[in-house]
Design a protein around this ligand. Structure first.
Ligand code: GTP
Ligand code: MG
Length: 285
């Protein structure tokens, strides 16, 4: 094992500093020039990370096209697994975070909080408000792209949504918004799951199948609950069942905890055992 002495670790640190200084366009000489400011250092480190992640993404694209895609096409994997071959946009998109929950649990408010700003088309209110699937992505200008247009665009990872037909695409939109967090991830806001027939009757697409598609593509699925209404409707239970096979991506969020502590603690054990009834392999971590 090589032991790094104080002087050699100092030399290594200086080398990193010199590289970062070069990346931000500053001359930094030993004991001489001015050290870069923390914000410039941060910018330089981000750009280095971006460069590395671009290299990894390009390598993955190449491996997929060369070795995996031909096998998928030969054995018609897309048709069996309901997942057409990946395109460049699927690799280039940042990680996807899907918000799921019954109506009015605070999904849209949660996204708004993380964006630290309002976004176009945002609807927040005590009654069922969000009536569509909405992908919230980064751009320097605010814009809403209708689902039909987004699903035709080869630079976006939504072309495979065409399979759900215009009934779904009319209820899907991409919202572009200049929030810094969206440079690293993007959100899918979903319509709240209502109980009873009224939801199913008015819908011209298969909600569970759409959830299944997003769950397969997602990197993180946040299941939101109102900490004071922990019952799970049949419809929401069906949606939870569609997440089968993606348990490692799921995190459960008990929202609206600011509304009073006592009741919430009382309900927690009941809630957790009820959740386990719907998906027995949920674990409390
Ligand atoms: N007290 C409290 N109220 C909240 C919190 N989060 C959301 N709300 C309120 O709950 C209501 C519903 O919030 P939304 O963000 O519209 O909920 P949603 O889950 O997106 O609702 P749908 O789109 O209809 O499914 C609004 O009146 C919010 O102001 C919270 O953490 N605490
Ligand atoms: Mg909403």
């Amino acid at each position: 094992m090589t032991e790094i002495s104080g002087s050699s670790s100092q030399a290594a640190a200086n080398q990193v500093q010199v590289q970062v200084s070069k990346a931000v366009g500053l001359e930094f000489q030993d004991g001489g020039g001015q050290a870069p400011s923390p914000s410039l250092m941060k910018k330089a480190i981000h750009s280095q990370i971006k460069q590395m992640s671009d290299e990894v993404t390009n390598g993955l694209k190449q491996l997929y096209k060369q070795y995996i895609r031909p096998v998928e096409v030969t054995y018609k994997f897309g048709e069996f697994a309901n997942s057409p071959p990946w395109e460049d946009a699927d690799f280039d998109a940042p990680p996807m975070v899907v918000m799921l929950g019954q109506y009015s649990v605070g999904k849209t408010t949660f996204i708004r909080y993380l964006l630290e700003r309002d976004f176009p088309g945002q609807r927040i209110g005590p009654e069922p408000t969000t009536d569509r699937f909405c992908a919230i992505m980064h751009s320097n200008q605010e814009k809403i792209i209708p689902g039909q247009a987004a699903a035709m665009d080869i630079t976006r990872p939504f072309r495979a949504l065409q399979r759900f037909g215009s009934g779904f695409l009319n209820k899907f939109e991409v919202v572009m918004c200049p929030s810094p967090i969206l440079e690293s991830i993007y959100f899918i806001d979903t319509p709240g799951v209502l109980s009873g027939e009224k939801q199913r009757i008015g819908r011209s697409y298969q909600f569970p199948q759409v959830i299944e598609w997003f769950a397969a593509r997602a990197d993180r699925i946040l299941l939101l609950f109102d900490a004071h209404k922990l019952d799970i409707s049949d419809e929401f239970s069906d949606a939870i069942k569609m997440l089968k096979g993606h348990d490692d991506k799921i995190r459960v969020v008990l929202n609206k905890c600011d509304l009073g502590k006592g009741e919430m603690c009382f309900c927690f054990d009941f809630f957790f055992s009820s959740l386990q009834m719907h998906r027995s392999n949920f674990k409390y971590i």
